[in-house]
Each structure stands twice: as structure tokens, then as C-alpha cells.
Design a protein around this ligand. Structure first.
Ligand code: OAD
Length: 267
């Protein structure tokens, strides 16, 4: 497909690549997205489940929802899209991976690819803008918490407590109305500013500051390559738009150029 070839040429030639992913990349692994026809926000109200106010009002309900999501995600595996990104990051570490996803699948793919290649997974580990479903922290003192998985929920269960200050333990994710970790955001924006190509995969690009990572890259002169079956607010500024599923499109998009470095024929 012509769009894949054009996108691959841009990505191959990039001295510095920033990649922003969203729920769409994990859709091919069976993780529900947020805004599609089957999206989580079609069936659940975010203000009842994913805000600090909701947690203060009913921490058990919020924990039940996160326990359900953890269980669902724990049964999912990275797909060829996650694997292609991880391999590319390890083979050419001039890539910074930034994700809005809290499902941990980029990390699993990074560890698997690193084991296959016999290298350190570091360059393939993502900056997690919205935190992780699989980490907890105290809602009062902020200290990281390791809780048994799954955290007990059910009608009798009391929400877990911090052993240090007694505060209620919460999932270490970013809720609506909360700021993104400024240190993580700064690293993502620095990578966006330095990038000459930005690859955006499977995000509706309506949540900020995450979508701002792609916009920062474009404003700093990067070419944008978008992978998404649907149009998004970024489509109009993309140099190349690939309308397909991440699991199908990323392996050929990120594959080494068969014509050799720089697109020259090696035969
Ligand atoms: P959305 O659910 O808003 O968007 C998913 C995007 O993935 C859509 O643009 C789909 O067209 C696209 N898509 C669906 N299937 C795909 C596939 N197989 N391959 C590629 N793309 C596909 O998810 P996000 O943009 O990630 O935040 O949502 C951003 C944030 O909103 C989330 O991180 C979450 C949510 O509220 C928080 O919880 C803080």
C-alpha cells in the first residue's frame, strides 16, 4: 500500500522518532477503547469512576471497576503492533515511545523483545502519561504501594490502606481533572521537540496534554504519520495517514527497508 511505503520511508529516514500511542493499538489485543462504539465511556460514566471526587465518594466502587479492568487486561497479550514498536526501539534507540495506555502491554512487548535480542529493554519502555493499571499509590501521602493482586473488592471488602499514613490506596492512574506527572510530560515534550518524525497510533487525539505531544512535534517541524482506521483532529496535519489497524500496519511500517539503508538497492 502506497501510504505504508511513504510512511516507512519517512520513519526510516528519521534521526529522531517520537511515537504516541492510544487505546487503538491495544484494541487488537482485546483491550476495550474509550470512545468507539464498544468504548468504555459509552457504557460507563467517567465522572462516576475516574475522578478524584468519585474515589472520595465511593472508593470501593472505583476499586471494583479497576479490579475488573486489571483482570480483563491481564488476560491480554501484546499484538504484532506492540512487538514491531518494541523491536524498532531496541534496534534503533533514537525512538521515544509515549503512551496514554495504562495496560502495560508496551512494557510486556519490550521485555519479550529484549529477551529475544539479548539486550536491555530500557529503550523500548514507554513514558506512561496516564500511569499504570498495575501500580498503586497512597491517595494521601502519595507513596507507592504494592498490594496483592487482585485488590479485594466485593461488598464486604474495605479499600486497601497505606501502612505508613493510613490513607486509602488508589490505582496509580491519572483521573479526569488531575494533572499528568510533570516530569513524564516534560520528557515526552522534549522528545517531541527534538523529533523529525512523529508516529501517532490509535488515539482519538482529543485528550490533552497527551495530544499536545503530537502537536508539539509538528510545531517543531516534525512530519506526522498517523495510523488509525478513523479520522482524528490530527489527520489534517499528517503528512501520511494510514487507515488501518495497528496490528496489521505497524509491522510493515516499521520493517527495515528491503532496499537497504536510505532506500538504495542493495542487490
Ligand atoms: P479513544 O478510545 O478515545 O480512541 C481510540 C482510537 O483508536 C480511535 O481514534 C479509533 O479510531 C482508534 N482505533 C480503534 N481500533 C484501532 C486499531 N485496531 N488500530 C489503530 N487504531 C484503532 O482512546 P485514546 O485516544 O487512547 O484517559 O483515549 C485517550 C484517553 O482518554 C485515555 O488514555 C483515557 C481516556 O479517557 C484517561 O483515562 C486519563
Amino acid at each position: 500500500m502506497e501510504q505504508i511505503r511513504r510512511g516507512r520511508d519517512l520513519i526510516q529516514g528519521a534521526a529522531s522518532l517520537v511515537v504516541l500511542t492510544g487505546a487503538g493499538i491495544s484494541a487488537d489485543s482485546g483491550v476495550p477503547t474509550f470512545r468507539g462504539p464498544e468504548g468504555l465511556w459509552r457504557r460507563h460514566r467517567p465522572e462516576e469512576l475516574a475522578t478524584p471526587e468519585a474515589f472520595r465518594r465511593d472508593p470501593r466502587l472505583v476499586w471494583e471497576w479497576y479490579a475488573w479492568r486489571r483482570e480483563r487486561v491481564a488476560a491480554c497479550r501484546p499484538n504484532p503492533g506492540h512487538h514491531a514498536l518494541a523491536e524498532r526501539a531496541l534496534r534503533r534507540p533514537s525512538l521515544t515511545l509515549v503512551t496514554q495506555n495504562v495496560d502495560g502491554l508496551h512494557g510486556v512487548a519490550a521485555n519479550e523483545a529484549a529477551a529475544r535480542l539479548g539486550v536491555n529493554p530500557g529503550p523500548a519502555l514507554p513514558l506512561e502519561l496516564h500511569g499504570s493499571l498495575f501500580r498503586n499509590r497512597c491517595s494521601r501521602c502519595g507513596s507507592p504501594q504494592s498490594q496483592p493482586h487482585p485488590v479485594a473488592t466485593g461488598p464486604e471488602a474495605a479499600p486497601p490502606r497505606c501502612p505508613e499514613c493510613g490513607g486509602i490506596v488508589r490505582p496509580d492512574v491519572v483521573w479526569f481533572g488531575e494533572p499528568v506527572d510533570p516530569a513524564v510530560l516534560e520528557r515526552a515534550l522534549d522528545a517531541a521537540t527534538a523529533a523529525d518524525v512523529c508516529l501517532v497510533v490509535g488515539t482519538s487525539a482529543v485528550v490533552h496534554p497527551a495530544a499536545g505531544v503530537a502537536l508539539t512535534a509538528v510545531r517543531s517541524g516534525a512530519e506526522l504519520v498517523e495510523v488509525n482506521p478513523a479520522e482524528t483532529p490530527l489527520s489534517s496535519v499528517a503528512r501520511v495517514t494510514v487507515r488501518g489497524r495497528a496490528a496489521d500496519v505497524l509491522p510493515p511500517l516499521l520493517a527495515p527497508d528491503p532496499r537497504g539503508p536510505g532506500g538504495r538497492d542493495t542487490a
